[in-house]
Design a protein. Sequence first.
Length: 354
Amino acid sequence: MIEVSSFGTAAGGTPVCAYTLTAANAPVSVRVMDFGATILGITCPDAQGNVADIVLGFDALEGYFDNPACYGATIGPVANRTAGASLDIAGETWHLVANEGPNNLHTDLVHGLHKRVWDAAVDEGANRVTFTCRLAHGELGLPGERTVTATYTLDADGALTLTYRVDTDRPTYANITNHTYFNLAGHAAGSVREQRVAVHAVRYLPVREDSVSAGEIAPVEGTPFDLAAGAALGSGLDADDLQIARGHGYDHCLCVFGFEPGAAPRPALDAVDPASGRTLSICITHPGAHLYTGNWLGDGPALTKDGATYGPQAGFAFEPEYYPDGVHHPAWPQPVCTPDHPYEESIVYRFGIA
């Protein structure tokens, strides 16, 4: 059963609804809303059976109106940073808003997909909600009459599958991700420094001083980004490393091993909170994923859930994506989005106990 409830009113008087999906055979529930196709909360038990919400966010819709941290949001059409805030598509140059110096971050932090009320369709039989947002040709700085869908499906065993799709009437660029922050000890539990993360990657993308991809794909060996065997996030955050210093922590894309266009989701991340025993596994279809340790978080208790205070490293985000600024590096994997080849990528989240 999917529970639908009011979650306030957006600008212009548009009503916003929240949708709660509950797994049939597992103590897992997921709450999403049509404003920004956003994940509001995910509840699951720890090793002692105590249930907690492991997703950072706000109690009220008004918190998401600003939301510079992009809690839970669908980000796009172009996630991450684009050098010069411009893209060449089918021989024509298109311009995004320059919102981080001369560069672009997440397409448009004011009018992007995470700031819109999407249409919603509920499928009770599949335990699924599909959100749809339509973009006109030229809207958000990109070509194409586009239909964007974000589909959330919670299976009987508590695995959450999120599928993004873009259909377009002409060639365009799409690189959409989800920006949920996790704290496996509970959203209000404080720092995630002690939580252990293993990422299935042997290469990563270093960044320039302005946090844009430097244009190289480098080995993780001998760096804090060598997480294949698993490590506490704090050990990397404390590392004497130029890239960690530039990001004030982890704020980098890792190249997840085994990418093949159109293949099934493959393992990307395994995380565990040693204190609670909660685990999170993420499988993706994208070439990489951006690990961000919430280095700039600093939200007080005004609208945050349960009056929590989120400081730096209060949660970590793992944002599946095509390589940031990849449009300027043609040798890298490119998102395919034409009338004959829609963009479609999936993320699978599984929650467990160690």
